[in-house]
Design a protein around this ligand. Sequence first.
Ligand SMILES: NC(=O)c1ccc[n+]([C@@H]2O[C@H](COP(=O)([O-])OP(=O)(O)OC[C@H]3O[C@@H](n4cnc5c(N)ncnc54)[C@H](O)[C@@H]3O)[C@@H](O)[C@H]2O)c1
Length: 331
Amino acid sequence: MNILLTGGAGYIGSHTAVALLEAGHHVVIIDNFCNSQRSVVNKIEQITGKKLICIEADVCNTPVVLKALQENQVDAVIHFAGLKAVGESVQNPLAYYANNITGTISLLEAMRTADVNVLVFSSSATVYGDPLYLPIDEKHPTSATSPYGRTKLHIEEMLKDMASSDPTWKIICLRYFNPVGAHDSGLIGEEPQGIPNNLTPYVARVASGILPQLQVFGGNYPTADGTGVRDYIHIMDLAEGHLAALNFVNQHPGWIAVNLGTGSGHSVLEVIHAYEAVVNSKIPFKIVDRRPGDIASCYAKVDSARELLQWVAKRGLSEMCESSWNFQRAK
Ligand SMILES: NC(=O)c1ccc[n+]([C@@H]2O[C@H](COP(=O)([O-])OP(=O)(O)OC[C@H]3O[C@@H](n4cnc5c(N)ncnc54)[C@H](O)[C@@H]3O)[C@@H](O)[C@H]2O)c1
């Protein structure tokens, strides 16, 4: 298949591009590189030994997206492009609505004109808001605790409306839990600019001496060791989940949302200890106050992914930490 990846140079997009190319698909990327490096494209080609097409453009530019769809005879789109920093979205909600919502409308207009109706959308566990029960299944009520989360919810609803309006649409929203780690090559991984928001890039920088100490937000949650619990998923498992989702959605018109996680949670301290075992030294950390809005535990029920997509996450926490450290050292 010819598959367009919006935001394909980013963290999840680049690993998915590797998985798609290795499975024999043709990949076209549209990225404006607002949160990624141009060099990632060469690295994807280096890992796979295959060429891809990369168009530097904003997904809000409908004519460019349309041309990319038509010229490359695209069969399906995976829509990763978006801004994703929760805190930044609270500071600057308009930027998030403008980029994430307008970008999706632009993409849908181009897809409708080009008669491309297969779409995989990067949604997030954030659409569940504060969990009412665990593990979280797809029937859990949705709500948003930040403008970022609201963009994901609005887009999901918009896509549902599209599918109701025209039965030829085939749309799957993948609700990712917490992707971590890197490709085994150490060539691509998660490369946040500035101080990382996410746990493992932060731990990686502390482990390599770039940052002095990790702050653990909250040590008195109602969890086994008092620190927050999340469903961490290896980035290559997540990438492979997109292949499974594409195979499924191609044969299933309509709209569906599916969780992509491992189905079990790890606490912050467990992640730190797993990382310490990989780097063979202590990671300095300090427990500080909880962050407003953070929740105690969040992990997925993954039955839909297993039953519908025939996909389960295979890699464990130590592989996640090893690959993250391998990428950090390669840098
Ligand atoms: N990483 C996570 O923890 C996580 C969790 C849940 C959902 N998601 C969602 O998955 C998607 C990918 O996340 P990621 O971690 O790879 O983020 P990322 O920032 O690494 O990748 C996003 C890519 O999209 C590009 N982009 C952003 N706006 C664009 C635009 N208007 N036009 C063209 N390109 C644009 C960026 O340059 C970047 O390369 C996002 O939609 C994100 O909200 C991520």
